[in-house]
Each structure stands twice: as C-alpha cells, then as structure tokens.
Design a protein around this ligand. Sequence first.
Ligand code: PMV
Length: 348
Amino acid sequence: MFPKAWREARAQEEFRGKASAPANIAWVKYWGKKGHQLPANPSVSLTLDKCRTHTDLVATPASELSVQLVFEGAEQPAFAEKIKKYLTSLSTELPALARFSYSIRSENTFPHSSGIASSASSQAALALLLGGLLAKNSNTELDLPGVGNLARLGSGSACRSLFGGFVSWGTSPALAGSSDEFATQVTDVHESFLHTRDAILIVSSKEKEVSSRQGHTQMSAHPYAAARVLEAQAHYTATLAALKTGDWERAGEIMEADALSLHALMMTSRPGYILLEPGSLEIIRLVRLFRRESGVPVYFTIDAGPNMHLIYPDEAHAKVEAFVRHELLRHTEQGAGVIWDQLGAGPR
Ligand code: PMV
C-alpha cells in the first residue's frame, strides 16, 4: 500500500535528484513469489558497500509518459521501455507517475561484465528518486515503506538495498515489524558481524541462461515448493538468532545450505537448469577444505549465477586474501577476478 498523499499526488513540479544505492547479497534467499510480487518466504541479506548504482533523474510534468535512459554513457531504448512498463503498471495506484517525462542517467561502480546482478541496486536507486518525486508533488516527507514498495515492485530483492547492514524482507514472527511489502533493517546484530567482508569471485560474466524471473515463476509448480518455504523460514529464524549472538559458525553453515538449496531448486525445476560452473564447484570444495584445515571462518554464498561470494569477518582478511590469490583465482574468469567488498551503510 502506498501513502494516500502519493495516490492523490498531481504531476505539478519538476523533480531533479541523484541517488546511489548498493547491491545486496542474501544469506537466506528469496525464491518464489505469491500474490503481486510478494515473497514466498522471508529473506535476509547483507548490504554491500562498493557495488552500487548511481542514478540521476530529471522528471518534468508532461501530458504523456516518456522515458529516456542513458546507461554508462550510451542510450538504452530497451531498458527505457522496461522502466516505462514499470511506471505504467504503478500508475494504476499512483496516477501522477504517468504524467512525467523522465530523463534517467545511470551507472554502476562494478564492471558490466562482472556477472553481478545490478537489478537490486538500480531499482533501489530509481525507487528512491520516484519516492522523492512523489513526496515533492504531494508536499510530504519521503515515505520509506512507500519507497520499499516501489523497489519491490521493480525487483523483489531491491527493497533490501534501501538499508545498510543486515536487512530483512518478508513477514515472519521472528522479527517485529517485518513485512512482505517492504524491507526492514535488522538492528539486533552482534559486533562480530559489523565488519563483515564479501569477496566476490567472478567465475563467469556471461549472461545467465535462465532469469530470476523465470526461476521464481517455476517455483509455483515446484515439487519441493512447500518444503522450501518451511526450510527458508527455519533458516531465516536461525540466521537472525546467529546474527544476534555473534555465532559465525551457525550463520555460515546456514548460508551455505541456503545457497545450495537455491541451486538444487533450480536443478529440480521443470525444466531443470544449472547455473553453477565447474569453477563454482571447485571453489566450494576448496573453501570447505581451507576452513577445516585453517580454522578461518570463511563461508560461501551464491546468488542466481555461477559467481561465488566469500563471507568472513574483517580480522580474517589477510588470510582469506592470501588463500584467494593462491588457490581460487585460477578458477575465476580471466580478467574478471575478484571484487573485494564489505558491509555497507546503505543508499545515499
Ligand atoms: O529480486 P529478484 O526478483 O531479482 O530475485 C532475486 C533472487 C535471488 O537473488 C536469487 C535471491 C535473493 O534473495 O536475493
């Protein structure tokens, strides 16, 4: 639900704004939808710092909706068309949005070919700007749940990019104030998680064969759908508890299980598909071996793709860096390598 003032807003004033939003990596994944872009299960993610999208928007009142998009210096009519569709769908509830001409310039801080999904950071940045436009045209303050709703309707996981640190999305009895419509920050976090790092190993930067959208859709008829929801709920509750007590071992064990579950669900969909590459499997094996032999608390998670995220506390950085350089780099794509990121403070 959007604020009443936004629903009644009129397109009167030009809006100019800049926003920058980070990417996020889920420790417990959102996989499968219900209703209108609502998550089948609660999820929790770490907001990144360096991987971000910067967006500039100029929106001028107009008789008809139009969108021009320049991404990293080049005009992108296909992307512009997608944003136009998104705005048109929003305009049933927020009619003012269809009465602007939008000029959007956007860039990512992470390389194009890094294989990192930019939908969360870009949709979060756009949602912040649309929220600003609606606030200005209704003489109200920026409404964060409203912005969360705008982000979620663009790309589900984008609503988690609106906060720093650890962020939850999806209704759960384990977190007061949690909602399916927007994300909330997880504030009860032990200090040992406050300097979490994420080394992103680019195994392949090729565009993936099956989109997340298709993957979510396949979950509705998936033979393991009900079991997945129960499992994700348990993973979510246990992760919040581990974040609170500073239990890296438990959080890590769940994060790995949840990532492998996501990929197992893809493999057992009809038709099934595999996004992992041989290099991803080799990295999984080596991370587990290194952890067992060295005692360094480094764990992996994987998004909907072949690239590997190594999650570890800041104190372990020197050891993890040496391990990555000596043993893992050879399993990454030539020229793409590693993005060294960490917990970030959220959008600007
Ligand atoms: O936000 P979407 O619709 O692109 O789906 C994201 C799904 C995963 O990245 C695989 C999991 C997650 O929770 O981020």
